[in-house]
Write a protein that binds this ligand. Structure first.
Ligand SMILES: Cc1cc2nc3c(=O)[nH]c(=O)nc-3n(C[C@H](O)[C@H](O)[C@H](O)COP(=O)(O)OP(=O)(O)OC[C@H]3O[C@@H](n4cnc5c(N)ncnc54)[C@H](O)[C@@H]3O)c2cc1C
Ligand SMILES: O=C(O)[C@@H]1CCCCN1
Length: 386
């Protein structure tokens, strides 16, 4: 074992761990970032070209957090000298009385600039798309997309430029709590005054080492790309926005997509649900119900797309029962910090999550009210003996 003691060891180099490490090193903390796979990799939740960034949430606390998050992304863009955010607007659609109504009211209450689209003028703004009768439609004009792979690389590169150390290809196999925490991998043992666990779909595997089990469900998401019948019909350069259909005839779960940009002639449209999986054996899943749901939605609402996917990739969600994140200290070891359960919507918050986990790991008061994110909310479900 090396005699070196880090201020913090971050386990897991997805967007949350990489952003946490970035804040730590930027604040002169001696930090080690450990990753089980050789970087970059596509087996967790943070790979792929794009993610939606938006204030369109029904909950106040997420809108509130997004104000600073946009600033932190802009700051990271500046430091990295790389474009990470592209404003496309986000088209939000759904039956007037459901979640759509809550999102609209929340955006209006928080004075987020939006444009309400009446059905008569819908196609003037959004060509090649059919608005479902009875659905409301609005555009959150501040929203857009994040270049995800680039953002992840930028956080890791900045972390290293501030003196941080990344050791990839090193799976953590044991964690021994104490005032100095010992973390073991097959290649070495490391010591840190604090540890942040941001292990994505593997969170519970790691937490078992510190006597904790959270009610997390790992879900495989099919990331589907659909061919444009006329290439360019939904292209980003034609100002087609990102969209979220919050509920639809086909499903109560979101269907969401991005303007075509990543692969020429293809538009990414996905379903916000999938089948439960084991992150180490996920390719055994063959359920295609989700793809059928998107197909039917596309046939009905996107007349200029082929309703059969041209490319299907995979990505994992780690869901909590209420879909809110876990941002907390370990209940008995206060220098072990947990960031988990990002439930398919955590990427956009990366730099703010990183700041919050940094604050917790340094024993500081967090800048936000973390009550929606506490482990204690699962008390009745927890299987741990704590
Ligand atoms: C298809 C899809 C679409 C999404 N769309 C959006 C969106 O539009 N907007 C949005 O905001 N969010 C979105 N999300 C959610 C977002 O991408 C995730 O919330 C986020 O990437 C989670 O990051 P993470 O760091 O927690 O997990 P991960 O990226 O999985 O990182 C965890 C890391 O820990 C490592 N690790 C695990 N165990 C160990 C160990 N024992 N030792 C060392 N390392 C370990 C893993 O290898 C992994 O690299 C989407 C997710 C998916 C899958
Ligand atoms: O976090 C987001 O913004 C998207 C919305 C749709 C579902 C997937 N995640």
């Amino acid at each position: 074992m090396s005699s070196e003691v880090y201020d913090c060891i971050v386990i897991g180099a997805g967007i949350q761990g990489s952003c946490t490490a970035y804040h730590l090193a930027k604040n002169q903390k001696k930090t080690l970032l450990l990753e089980q796979f050789v970087l970059p990799h596509s087996r967790g939740s943070s790979h792929g070209q794009t993610r939606i960034i938006r204030k369109s949430y029904p909950e106040d606390f997420y809108i509130h957090m997004m104000t600073e998050t946009y600033q932190l992304w802009a700051q990271m863009e500046k430091e990295a000298g790389v474009q990470l955010f592209r404003r496309t607007g986000l088209l939000v659609l759904g039956p007037e009385n459901g979640d759509y109504k809550k999102i609209k009211a929340n955006l209006q209450q928080h004075k987020v600039p939006i444009v309400l689209l009446e059905k008569e003028e819908f196609n003037k703004h959004i060509p090649n798309m059919n608005l479902t009768p009875g659905d409301g439609a609005l555009v959150d004009t501040t929203a857009g997309l994040l270049y995800a792979d680039r953002a992840l690389r930028s956080a890791q590169r900045l972390f290293q430029s501030y003196g941080g150390v990344i050791k990839d290809g090193q799976k953590v196999t044991d964690i021994n709590p104490g005032s100095v925490v010992t973390v073991a991998t097959a290649s070495g043992t490391y010591r840190g005054r604090s540890v942040v666990i941001t292990a994505g779909p593997w969170a519970n595997t790691l937490l078992a080492n510190v006597g904790l089990e959270l009610p997390l469900q790992v879900v495989k998401i099919n990331v589907c790309y659909w061919g444009e019948k006329v290439p360019g019909s939904y292209h980003i350069s034609r100002r087609f926005p990102c969209f979220v259909q919050v509920e639809s005839k086909e499903s109560k779960h979101h269907i969401y997509g991005f303007p075509s940009n990543e692969y020429p002639g293809l538009m990414k449209v996905c379903y916000h649900a999938g089948s439960e999986t084991n992150p180490d054996f996920r390719d055994k899943q063959t359920d295609k119900t989700d793809i059928d749901i998107i197909s039917r939605y596309i046939a009905r609402c996107f007349p200029a797309l082929e309703p059969i996917p041209a490319v299907v990739e995979t990505c994992l969600y780690t869901n909590t029962p209420d879909t809110h994140f876990v941002l907390d200290r370990h209940p008995t070891h206060s220098n072990i910090i947990i960031g988990a359960g990002f439930s398919g919507h955590g990427f956009k918050f990366g730099p703010l999550i990183g700041k919050i986990l940094y604050e917790l790991s340094m024993g500081q008061a967090p800048s936000y009210d973390l009550s929606p994110f506490r482990i204690a909310r699962f008390q009745h479900r927890q299987k741990s003996a704590l």
